[in-house]
Design a binder for this molecule. Sequence first.
Ligand SMILES: [Zn+2]
Length: 298
Amino acid sequence: MERETLVTLLIMICGGMMLQLLALWPQRRPGGADPAARERQAWLALCRPAAPILVWAAWFIGWALLEPDPVRDPLDPYVIVSLWLPFGMLFGRAIIRAVWSLLRELPECGVSTFGLLQPQVAFSPFLARQLDEPVIRAALAHERAHARHRDPLRIWLGQLITDLQWPWPQAQWRLRTWLEALELARDEEARREGVDGTDLAAAMLASVRYVSDLTPHQRASLGGTQLAHARLVGDPESLRSRVSRLLAPLPPGPEAAPARAVRLHRSLVLSVVVLLAVVVLGAAFGQLIIRPLLALTT
Ligand SMILES: [Zn+2]
């Protein structure tokens, strides 16, 4: 078997197994008064179960660096059928859904942000014609906040991570909780740029009315869970609490954005260093785990 094929199979088996186990990890609703901090907590909780895939991948890649190619007949057929097949189907389902979310037509939802690498705001001219200028500005400020944070890409990744933990409801709950926190954070960001909360609430209610006037076929396109775009109105069930927050006075400012950016940068650097260390460990000790794991012949 080719070395790269074996590494891919091993990542899917071990990563998939860990994902399924970690999907059951109990999660608390993010706390604190700052919507941006709650959004970060919810995002980390959503992504955390996927970390083992990166660690396993780094370990196996490290091992493969010193392994001769092709690897000498390493896999027992029983291992392929009983271990890889279910995880292969799980990965295949998640990838098909992720690709479909990119290929499908953008659902008509009035105001939304789409595009993984270069996010753009889509604003229906039919909806804009019904709104006053300050209300349009408020909706655009919310969507531009989505674009600044590359939320369509993050939503797409969050959906993919959730699909890899199918069918556990805990994973769906983490995705819903994050999407809810995300909308509150973007509302707050728009208001801190000077948008009036009342205008943003008016834009949201107008967007809900716009969607309710769509044809049944157009409304059906809003369903499903294959997400790759951000909307002005996310989960309709959270609309009441969002409007209440928008009509309340803006609370004191949170931690400065540069401080958050520095912390995020440090976390990313630390993650890369840890993964490189795992690659080195995989190169040194990889076979101690991999050979017994798959009954390799030595
Ligand atoms: Zn939004």
